[in-house]
Design a protein around this ligand. Structure first.
Ligand code: PBG
Length: 323
């Protein structure tokens, strides 16, 4: 009457569990998102993201060195400018906060880590949208593409190895690929936020970049209810020449990560976003969850769903646990 099939045999010892473990997470698969604030003289804590700061130029350089020492695969830079305007011109200005930081980081760590830049206007516009607005106040897709193209070229010129296209404009991958090629940057990579959902989980990030946004991004970011649409977005980005396609957020979209991984012939990334970080940190602060186990379980789940690389605010911490 006993069962002959006994799955528990393969769980009997740590060595046996290690032998049959299907999914691994390594530091080289992790990318650390970082914020740099123009004019800051001390790192500024972000209240809704305990443990994360807006860096000064100096503290960012140190963070980049630390990321290399931890063995991380990449670092993704976001800028917090002192002034904003309707077109987000500080995002293109070679002396803008983000381009300056890219130069600093590239000088500091060279090619020892993949340096990525957020290629989006929302941190730089006074209205907080990811693109230029037309006379009726709508986000103007094609006018925005011309702006993104200049921004991406400036970022690569400053030192980015990869540009991260997070704006969700149609045709952004093709437009930026053409601009980079035209400027001679054939080796600069494009990480396309292919399936970026209009998510509540970006809330703490908007504090982190002091977002000016009133309203929402529902006309360009995806409806959380839709999965098929994500496949269409990913297919377009692949056809336009994306080097990596990304799904964002991660934990609420594991099915989408899996589906995109099945169709993609380039690496798939997932972004464990600010709200995912803050939820766990809040529970940890209450003593309700164990940080290490929670972080490693979420990262393992995201990898198991099919992500090759993961952007996470815990990248350095996780890397030390994974040694
Ligand atoms: C847009 C951008 C956002 C995030 C990354 N890039 C915010 C948004 O779309 O509103 C969110 C990242 C996070 O929540 O951690 N530049």
């Amino acid at each position: 009457m006993y069962p002959s099939s006994r799955p528990r045999r393969l769980r009997a010892t740590a060595a046996m569990r290690g032998l049959v473990r299907e999914t691994t997470v390594t530091a080289s698969q992790l990318v650390l998102p970082v914020f740099v604030k123009e004019g800051a003289t001390e790192p500024v804590p972000i209240p809704s993201m305990p443990g994360v700061v807006q860096h000064t130029r100096d503290s960012l350089r140190k963070a980049a060195v630390e990321a290399v020492a931890a063995g991380l695969g990449g670092i993704m830079l976001f800028g917090v400018p002192a002034t904003r305007d309707a077109t987000g011109s500080a995002g293109i200005d070679p002396d803008g906060v983000l381009n300056t930081a890219l130069r600093d980081v590239r000088t500091e760590v060279g090619d020892d880590i993949v340096i990525m830049a957020d290629t989006c206007l929302d941190e730089f516009t006074d209205h907080g949208h990811c693109g230029l607005l037309d006379a009726a106040g709508r986000v103007d897709n094609d006018a925005t593409l011309a702006e993104y193209a200049q921004m991406a070229v400036a970022q690569v010129q400053a030192g980015a190895h990869v540009v991260g296209l997070s704006g969700m404009m149609d045709g952004q991958v093709g437009a930026i690929r053409a601009a980079l090629d035209g400027a001679g940057y054939l080796d600069a990579g494009i990480l396309a936020y292919s399936a970026k959902y209009a998510s509540v989980f970006y809330g703490p990030f908007r504090d982190a970049v002091e977002s000016a946004l009133q309203g929402d991004r529902l006309t360009y970011q995806q409806d959380p209810a839709n999965a098929r649409e994500a496949l269409r977005e990913a297919a377009l980005d692949l056809a336009e020449g994306a080097d990596v396609v990304m799904v964002k957020p991660a934990l609420s979209y594991l099915d989408v990560i899996r589906a995109v991984a099945e169709l993609s012939d380039v690496p798939v990334a997932a972004y464990q976003v600010s709200g995912e970080y803050s939820m766990v940190e809040a529970a940890v602060a209450h003593g309700w969850l164990d940080r290490r186990r929670a972080v490693l379980e979420t990262l393992t789940s995201i990898r198991r769903a099919g992500a090759d690389l993961v952007l996470t605010y815990w990248a350095v911490q996780a890397a030390t646990w994974l040694r």
